[in-house]
Design a protein around this ligand. Structure first.
Ligand code: ADP
Ligand code: MG
Length: 238
């Protein structure tokens, strides 16, 4: 049973065709990375899966259930953005608990989830701070924490580390890999960093202009790129 299935999915904004017929099957607990040039449709594809945009045609399934018309809140998906999108006037704790209040989780259960996520991300000592009192790396942890507390089946990451400096990026990459092991969740991750893609992915999707060029394990793409485009992104020169 696939965790996420796309069948001939397209997306147009008015006359502009951005996603041009994508077929994908992502397995449960798989870590899938989308790579491709700026503007090729990576973020749009994530937003379609999350339900933040409606697909124009095709079929989108989560756990084999068609979710084309299901609102984001009912998809059991959490998304982490590059811009952390934290509420500046709220504490770290409240930033993480906020979505749970909306979901009407009672206070004790919400508290347990926030503290567990804070433990996993090692930000227990920061719970009373405001976002402006945090470093970039700490803010990104809070943004990830806010996703974890919702206990989603699927995590979507849109270039979550691209605002961090190189050293911190390496550290967070290791932490995201650990998170994947610990949480047993399906993760779909967009990056333009080839090292991130090669080290995190079970499988990589190479996108170009709204189409999948190749979908396979990192080593497979590296050793057997289907064409020059894939080779340029991932592979050794053909
Ligand atoms: P990527 O994340 O790979 O850089 P995007 O998915 O953000 O690419 O964008 C793909 C294309 O779709 C771009 O040409 C972008 O301008 C266009 N696009 C994205 N969102 C919208 C929108 N809401 N309205 C019109 N065009 C959009
Ligand atoms: Mg993008």
């Amino acid at each position: 049973m696939a965790a996420i299935t796309l069948r001939r999915v397209t997306k147009s904004f008015g006359p502009v065709h951005v996603i041009k017929g994508v077929d994908l099957e992502i397995e449960p607990n798989e870590f899938v990375v989308f790579v491709g040039p700026s503007g090729c449709g990576k973020s749009t594809l994530l937003r379609l899966i999350a339900g933040l945009e409606d697909i124009t045609s095709g079929e989108l399934m989560i756990d084999e259930e068609i979710v084309n018309d299901l609102p984001p809140a009912e998809r059991h998906i959490a998304m982490v953005f590059q811009s952390y999108a934290l509420y500046p006037h709220m504490s770290v704790y409240d930033n993480m608990a906020f979505g749970l209040k909306l979901a009407k989780l009672d206070r004790e259960a919400a508290d347990a989830r926030v503290r567990n996520a804070a433990r996993i991300l090692q930000i227990e000592h920061l719970l009373d701070r405001k976002p402006r009192q945090l470093s970039g790396g700490q803010r990104q942890r809070v943004a990830i924490g806010r996703a974890i507390v919702r206990d989603p089946k699927v995590f979507l990451f849109d270039e979550p580390l691209s605002n961090l400096d190189a050293a911190l990026r390496v550290q967070m990459r290791v932490e995201i890999a650990k998170l994947h092991q610990e949480l047993d969740a399906t993760m779909v991750y967009v990056t333009h960093d080839q090292v991130e893609a090669m080290t995190l992915a079970d499988r990589i999707v190479v996108l170009d202009a709204g189409r999948v060029q190749q979908f396979g394990a990192p080593l497979e793409l590296y050793q057997h790129p289907r064409n020059r485009f894939v080779a340029g992104f991932i592979g050794s020169p053909k």
